[in-house]
Design a protein. Structure first.
Ligand code: ATP
Length: 250
C-alpha cells in the first residue's frame, strides 16, 4: 500500500466536510475520485498530501513516499517570459536529462521551447504533469487535471497517465468529472459525498443505488456506450452486486 486513510474526518470553516473516509491506493492502481461539487474531493487530496490536518482518523504513508501533485489549475503571469523548459527549473533547477525525460513521458517534448503563456489547455496540463514527474513519484495525484479540455483532449491526457503508470509503476489518485472517459481508465472508482458512498470497479459503482441517487443513470449509460464501442466482449454475464456501500447516501 502506498497510502491509506482510515476513519478520516476533516473540518473546514467549522463544518465537517469529510466524515470517516477510508481510502487506499496501491502501486499501479488508478483510483478515481468522483462526487458532486462540494463533496470534499479536493479536501481529501489535500489531507492525503498533508496540506490540511484531519480532525479524526489516521493517514499512513509508505515511509519516504514520493508524491507528484498536478493541481486543478495554476496561474502563470502571461506577461512573464517563461519557456516550458525554464518553468521546469522552478523552484529548483533540474538537469537537462531529467527535464527531457519528464517532458517525453508527459508528451510535452515538442513544445519545450514555447512560452508558457502561449500553451493550449491540454499542453499546459502536460507541462504540469512533467513537473510532477520530476519528483519521480511513487504516487501521482491529479485534481481535475482535464478541466477545460474537450472530450478527445481529456481522453488523450488519461491515456498519457496510463502510459506513465505503466512505465513508472506508480499509483494514481485523481479527481474527475468526466465520468465515462475517466472510468474507462480507472481500476477503481470511489464515489464521495462527504463520506464514501460506494466504491469498486467502474461497472459495480455505476450499478450501485448510491451512485444512481447522485448521478442518475445517464453516466452509467455513457459508460456502457463507451465500453460497447471499445471493448468487443459483448457478453452480459456481469454480476452487478459487488459494490460495497459505506453508510447511506445523502
Ligand atoms: N479552507 C476552507 N475553509 C472553509 N470551507 C472550506 C475550505 N475548503 C473547502 N471548504 C468547504 O468544504 C466543502 C468541500 O470542498 P471541496 O473543495 O473539497 O469539494 P470538491 O468536491 O473538491 O468540490 P468541486 O467539485 O466543486 O471542486 C465545500 O463546502 C467547501 O466550501
Amino acid at each position: 500500500m502506498l497510502i491509506e486513510a482510515r476513519g478520516l474526518s476533516v473540518r473546514q470553516g467549522g463544518r465537517e466536510v469529510l466524515s470517516h473516509v477510508d481510502i487506499q491506493v496501491a502501486p499501479r492502481e488508478i483510483v478515481t475520485l468522483v462526487g458532486p461539487n462540494g463533496s470534499g474531493k479536493t479536501t481529501l487530496l489535500r489531507a492525503l498530501i498533508g496540506a490540511v490536518p484531519p480532525s479524526a482518523g489516521k493517514i499512513e504513508r509508505k515511509p519516504g513516499l514520493r508524491i507528484g501533485y498536478v493541481p486543478q489549475k495554476l496561474h502563470v503571469d502571461s506577461t512573464l517570459p517563461l519557456t516550458v523548459r525554464r518553468f521546469l527549473d522552478l523552484p529548483h533547477r533540474v538537469s537537462r536529462a531529467e527535464a527531457e525525460r519528464a517532458l517525453e513521458r508527459s508528451g510535452a517534448s515538442s513544445f519545450a521551447k514555447q512560452q508558457m503563456a502561449r500553451l493550449s489547455g491540454g499542453q499546459f496540463q502536460r507541462v504540469l504533469l512533467a513537473r510532477a514527474l520530476l519528483m519521480k513519484p511513487e504516487l501521482l495525484i491529479l485534481d481535475e487535471a482535464t478541466q477545460g479540455l474537450d472530450q478527445s483532449g481529456s481522453a488523450d491526457f488519461y491515456r498519457q497517465i496510463e502510459a506513465v503508470r505503466d512505465e513508472l509503476g506508480c499509483g494514481v489518485l485523481m479527481v474527475s468529472h468526466e465520468l465515462h472517459v475517466v472510468m474507462s481508465a480507472s481500476t477503481r472508482v470511489v464515489c464521495l459525498n462527504g463520506h464514501v458512498c460506494c466504491e469498486g470497479t467502474p461497472e459495480t459503482v455505476t450499478a450501485a443505488p448510491a451512485w444512481r441517487e447522485l448521478f442518475g443513470t445517464g453516466t452509467g449509460g455513457a459508460l456502457a456506450l463507451y465500453r460497447h464501442e471499445h471493448d468487443h466482449d459483448h457478453d452480459h454475464t456481469h454480476d452487478h452486486d459487488h459494490a460495497h456501500h459505506h453508510g447511506t447516501p445523502g
